[in-house]
Design a protein around this ligand. Sequence first.
Ligand code: SAH
Length: 395
Amino acid sequence: MPKQIILKHNRHESLKRFHPWIFSGAVAKYIDKPDEGDVVDIFTADNRFIARGHYQTGSIICRVLTFEDENIDKNFWHKRISNAYKLREKSGLAQNRYTTAYRLIHGEGDMLPGLIIDIYGKIAVMQTHSTGMFCERQIICETLTEIFGSKLTAVYDKSSSTLPFNANQNVKDEYIFGNNGKNEEIILENGNKFIVNPEAGQKTGFFIDQRENRKILEQYTNKSTVLNAFCYTGGFSVSAFRGGANLVHSVDSSQKAIELAQKNIELNFDNINHQTFVEDAFSFIRNAENSFYDVIILDPPAFAKHNSALKNAIQAYKRLNAAAIAIIKPGGILFTFSCSQAVDRTNFRNAVFSAAAINKRNARILHQLTQPADHPVNIYHPESEYLKGLVLYIE
Ligand code: SAH
């Protein structure tokens, strides 16, 4: 029997609308104080069962796994994970000849809060963001191997950097199933090749969420000079060359990222004009030659990790975009992104609006971009929408 938490009067309203988080302020009492990561039952003030989820200390004390009175057992995991897999099959991502990397589990977007699983060819990389999910990792791994069969040779758990501060500090990243002895995998994205190293790479190893946006970039780069700022593994640089770019400058503050970007370019093209810079992107842009670039891509890391940092983050987006708009060639194309969940679409668009206005440049929105179907947004949890992008024609 899971331990029970009773909510205060009328504090179950958001649960009635299937929002999967319960905040500590809503709790009236604990019947047996649960331990970190336990499965707990949530009851309304008048003692009706309303949800079951993972308990955790902190401001979100429970992440809901189900609103039904069902056991969190093998059957549950099988149902949820195979459901997620079916959705990737439906959207044409699982078993695709030209794309072999996709997100299988996107936390709340797949009704599994706290769990991320990315598939790179035959390797699954798992990151748990809650103690509860971390405790379930073996059963999740077993379920994955059952569903995938021979399509999966290894499962790598990379939770040491994503678990909250109050979880066990001695967690180490490790293979919890298989390990073919190599730590690199070559994946395909729309036919382009990329090296993915789950052990050494940022996040799970690759930014899968820009797949469709990279494809759109190809339309705009023929015979152009391109700046890819915050390039990481060079995803947008490869797309720029695929679209016929004459020259691409890839900029990232991380030496490792730049080395990987260069390798990825070489994996896809011979004799191509790719130049790399290990540099702060802000200062690179400020020092760049005026009207040199036809196309600029800005895909910075999240500037606001929490709501408290919102104002500074918006200012940072404004400064970055203003600097890029100042130097882009008239008739140029700007691809600009924000992956900060706290910055919503309107905030971001206003920041870019101000950046264009400061420069007194005409700017027209050609595309409004977002995250792809393997990063689904749970309609009851708008927080699972995080990636926003604009493609602008700057005169
Ligand atoms: N565009 C990439 C993902 C970018 S992730 C893709 O398509 O895969 C953000 C990147 O910004 C990281 O590689 C990080 O090393 C880099 N970064 C962070 N701060 C930076 C800064 N001030 N200047 C340049 N790069 C920075």
